[in-house]
Design a protein around this ligand. Structure first.
Ligand SMILES: NC(=O)c1ccc[n+]([C@@H]2O[C@H](COP(=O)([O-])OP(=O)(O)OC[C@H]3O[C@@H](n4cnc5c(N)ncnc54)[C@H](OP(=O)(O)O)[C@@H]3O)[C@@H](O)[C@H]2O)c1
Length: 401
């Protein structure tokens, strides 16, 4: 924590919960829920004692997949100080060459022995593979940062979005979970708005791209688009229905209450990341024929009056959030424009007049879910695990001595 952050943190802690919010934007508003979450994190402790080297060995498990390939790019673009990067996938891909930095990596088959000597294992090979490998990874002394839904809601697994709850990495016991992609981009966009008051209720509809279903989803959208344009019947394999020229209000399995598991994840993961059981979330998740980037229409209900201008100002000050909001000139975020971007884009900020007392605000949010919702978030968590010197760049010199 920088000196400035420490100062604003203690100032915010001193202000009683429920009183007027900080509006200078220098630090997130710390209401009772955030303070409790931070205190809980500090109190939990961890049984994990292995120190992280300044130049860790990193394994990317699922390196040939849609997320895994982006993880390799993020490690390179963020200059992650790895002493070695291992690309792992199934036996099908062993020997495949993947670009990495100025060179390439040769993919190896993932086995329990693959993790010997590894310090950080970035997993994006599906929940089943994560469950199979968890013990081998942690017994090898590596911290698993997992993109699947396998462990997210386990009590001893932190669910981390670095801009929101970085302090939660402190209590991991060998596994840290990356939240669902739809949840990540929503909480990154909402985090600066928590400075304005408590968010009581969120109504969110997602427009999720085909790449959210991985490489097979992207291939299906390409293939079906050609098939439909050529007048042929679409081949349906990756999704429940035709995705080309269609929208499917069904992502993951249905639960008994009529919501899908994807929607349930947005509800429970938002509460866990915010450390706030009182925030209510009503989601509808929809697959749309977009190749990359998820979009979300979000209606917020605050516990107090919030002006549209305050919301815009808070977004401008937010970490890794960009305001793109000039309707008079047709400016608002769109998925086709933001593939490959690390940021989360917010536009169409307006009053929701159906909420009394000027407490309602509506937004439109777009982010590259392969990056922001998966690969980038995982690599940012890995950065949080580095010793301080390595994080600030001082590690480079220290290592050469
Ligand atoms: N796509 C997204 O937007 C997104 C966002 C957030 C989280 N996630 C999560 O990230 C994970 C991967 O998603 P993805 O979209 O990247 O999927 P994907 O494109 O289908 O890639 C899956 C990867 O897992 C590997 N794999 C599959 N079975 C394996 C096995 N038995 N042993 C070793 N490796 C195996 C595949 O290797 P081969 O090439 O050898 O088959 C491939 O590298 C999933 O848990 C998903 O829920 C995805």
């Amino acid at each position: 924590m920088s000196q400035a952050q420490e100062q604003t943190h203690s100032q915010a802690q001193a202000s009683p919960a429920g009183q007027s919010a900080r509006t200078d934007g220098r630090a997130p508003y710390e209401d009772a829920f955030q303070r409790r979450a931070r205190a809980d994190a500090a109190a939990r402790g961890t049984s994990w004692s292995k120190p992280m080297p300044a130049r860790p060995v990193v394994a990317v498990a699922g390196a040939t997949g849609a997320v895994g390939r982006e993880m390799l790019k993020c490690l390179d673009k963020l200059h992650f100080p790895a002493s070695e990067v291992r690309a792992l996938a199934s036996a099908r891909s062993a020997g495949t060459r993947l670009p990495f930095g100025d060179g390439e990596l040769i993919v190896r088959e993932m086995t329990p022995e693959s993790f010997a000597g590894v310090d950080i294992a970035l997993f994006s090979a599906g929940a089943g593979v994560s469950r199979q490998m968890r013990q081998a990874v942690t017994e090898a002394g590596a911290v698993m940062i997992d993109n699947s839904s396998a462990f997210r809601m386990e009590d001893d697994v932190p669910l981390v979005v670095p801009e929101v709850n970085p302090y939660d990495v402190a209590w991991h016991n060998g596994v840290i979970a990356n939240p669902n992609c739809t949840t990540i981009q929503m909480v990154v966009a909402l985090q600066p708005l928590r400075a304005l008051g408590h968010i009581d209720r969120i109504v969110v509809s997602s427009y999720q791209s085909a790449s959210g279903a991985g490489a097979k989803g992207m291939n299906e959208l390409r293939t079906q688009t050609r098939e439909v344009l050529d007048g042929e019947p679409p081949t349906v394999k990756a999704f429940q229905h035709q995705i080309a020229f269609n929208c499917i209000p069904h992502i993951d399995v249905f639960h008994d209450d009529g919501y899908t598991k994807e929607e349930w994840k947005m509800v429970v993961e938002t509460k866990k990341i915010f450390g706030d059981d009182t925030v209510r979330v009503a989601p509808t998740c929809v697959r749309v024929p977009v190749m990359r980037c998820h979009s979300e229409s979000i209606n917020l209900e605050f516990d107090r009056a919030v002006s549209v201008q305050d919301v815009r100002d808070a977004i401008v000050r937010g970490e890794h959030v960009c305001l793109e909001d000039d309707p008079a000139n047709n400016v608002y975020p769109m998925p086709a424009m933001h593939a490959g971007s690390f940021d989360t884009f917010v536009g169409r900020v307006r009053r929701d007049p159906t909420v009394d007392g000027d407490r309602g605000v509506a937004l439109w949010v777009v982010a590259d879910q392969l990056l922001r919702g998966a690969a980038l978030n995982a690599v940012m968590i890995a950065q949080l695990l580095l010793p301080d010197a390595a994080r600030t760049g001082e590690g480079e010199d220290a290592r050469e001595e």
